[in-house]
Design a binder for this molecule. Structure first.
Ligand code: ZN
Length: 196
């Protein structure tokens, strides 16, 4: 019978199913958030636990790599958006990151735009609006009226994108508190308020 437990690796909780088998090596397969492990009978629990954590890290890294375009793609996107500015600022580096609890950031010191990797799952205009916001910080390192004027002139979707992201954050924070029936109803919603 399979032994089952939960582990948390890189902020992601996984269910681990362990099967002792007549195999030579420890094998791991990740399906959604379930990690299937087959292990030889001979290996002791401590060694197996250590191996599972290492394998989980490796598999999650691989999934992240697949989801996140590499630095070159991020830079290409950011430079494409920067070209819409009247005096395009020079962006030296751009990257998608999973770590920061923000949608984006700009470092004046290194000329780096960081974009939250979750944006890759959202409509393109939302991703581009966050990129434009961070690029605008290369010109105005604040949220002054001049910053918003410039940003809205190069990105007319600015306010719409902010509302979209506020809704995403609200949903992410509220999801666990919603009743299953409420979640089911929300999953069927479309983006029009009514049919008019
Ligand atoms: Zn800002």
């Amino acid at each position: 019978m399979a032994d089952q437990r939960q582990i948390t690796v890189a902020g992601i909780t996984l269910t681990v199913l362990i099967e002792r088998k007549a195999v030579k090596n420890i094998n791991a397969r990740l399906r959604d958030t379930t990690l299937h492990i087959s292990a030889p009978q001979s290996i002791n629990d401590t060694a197996l636990d250590r191996a599972i954590i290492e394998l989980a890290h490796r598999l999650i890294r691989r999934v992240h790599k697949r989801q996140i375009n590499n630095e070159e793609d991020a830079l290409a996107l950011v430079r494409q958006v920067a070209a819409r500015f009247p005096n395009p600022p020079v962006i030296r580096h751009a990257t998608f990151t999973l770590t920061k609890a923000r949608w984006g950031s700009y470092s004046v010191a290194t000329g780096t735009v960081r974009l939250n990797a979750a944006l890759l799952r959202m409509p393109r205009w939302v991703l581009e609006a966050v990129a434009a916001h961070e690029i605008a910080h290369a010109i105005h390192p604040n949220h002054s009226p001049a910053f918003w004027r410039l940003l809205r002139s190069v990105c007319p979707d600015t306010d719409r994108a902010q509302a979209f992201l506020a809704a995403v954050a609200w949903m992410a924070h509220s999801w666990d508190d919603l009743l299953p029936v409420e979640r089911a109803l929300l999953a069927q919603m479309h983006d029009k308020i009514d049919d008019e």
